[in-house]
Ligand binder design. Structure first.
Ligand SMILES: [Zn+2]
Length: 273
């Protein structure tokens, strides 16, 4: 199918910027007259806006809601006394969401895999009661990523947990899934480096100091009905360390890849230690 998309991304971006970050629901609608309907429908499908059923635990900002604050905690999860236990529980929770892992589809139908793959993201945060909690999940993508068929998840900067004042919450890990099991994109690394300018790089907890990091869960499962949590990638902006944790039979192994060095804004390399 051929579409004239020359004016789309810029126009969409402008609309979205004008409406703040809560654009994923209402932004394209106001410009309907100016957008080709078929493309608009595809875009909305890609954004999940046409999804008839909300997914349990997944939040998207409604009209008037601040898209840069995600509610927490998610229901029926935690709280946890250790971040390790919280991570072990968050991994299967996130990977079990619809289309969170599509590696099994890649050989069979790569086009379908690319179209349906969905990233979910959430904050793992630390409360004044010394508990680790998970925010709700979101599956918001940037419109230009949808148009480019890139899979991303835009995690709001803050968590709103009505039990506590904003300054009382400590941000530990930005969690998400990689539907294809790929390593970090430059955008992932930029994301957490930017958050490190807003949140503390290191949080003092009852279990010692914990460094702010981005984490991407992956599954190698060929069965979409029961995706296994096979591990996660982790990047720590304060030390620029990049590592992988893999799980086999309940046992977790850490592999250190090295230190991230930026070559330019869009390219990084990993230097051995
Ligand atoms: Zn990612």
């Amino acid at each position: 199918m051929q579409h004239d998309t020359r004016e789309w991304p810029a126009e969409l971006e402008a609309l979205c910027r004008a409406r703040g970050r809560a654009y994923l629901y209402d932004c394209p609608m106001s410009g309907t007259k100016r957008f080709p309907m078929r493309l608009l429908a595809m875009l909305l499908m890609g954004l999940g806006c046409s999804s008839p059923k909300p997914v349990e635990g997944v939040w998207r900002p409604g009209p008037g809601e601040d898209a840069n604050h995600i509610p927490g905690p998610i229901q029926n999860f935690g709280p946890f006394d250790s971040y390790a236990d919280a991570l072990k529980a968050a991994c299967p929770l996130i990977l079990s969401k619809p289309n969170a892992t599509v590696g099994y589809l890649q050989d069979l139908n790569p086009e379908l895999a690319a179209r349906t793959a969905t990233e979910y993201c959430a904050w793992l945060y630390y409360t004044p009661e010394h508990k680790y909690e998970l925010s709700m999940l979101t599956d918001l993508s940037r419109p230009d990523d949808v148009l480019a068929n890139r899979k991303t998840c835009v995690l709001p900067t803050f968590v709103d947990d009505t039990r506590y004042a904003q300054g009382e919450l400590k941000y530990i890990f930005a969690l998400h899934n990689h539907p294809f099991g790929s390593k970090f994109s430059p955008m992932d690394l930029h994301f957490i480096e930017n958050k490190a300018s807003i949140h503390d790089w290191e949080v003092e907890t009852r279990n010692g100091k914990v460094k702010l990091a981005i984490i991407a869960f992956f599954s190698k499962s060929k069965n979409p009905e029961s995706p296994t949590c096979d591990g996660f990638y982790q990047y720590v902006p304060s030390t620029r360390e990049f590592m992988t944790w893999t799980q086999t039979g309940g046992h977790w192994d850490r592999t250190d890849y090295g230190i991230i060095r930026w070559i330019d804004d869009k390219t990084y390399k990993i230097e051995g230690r």
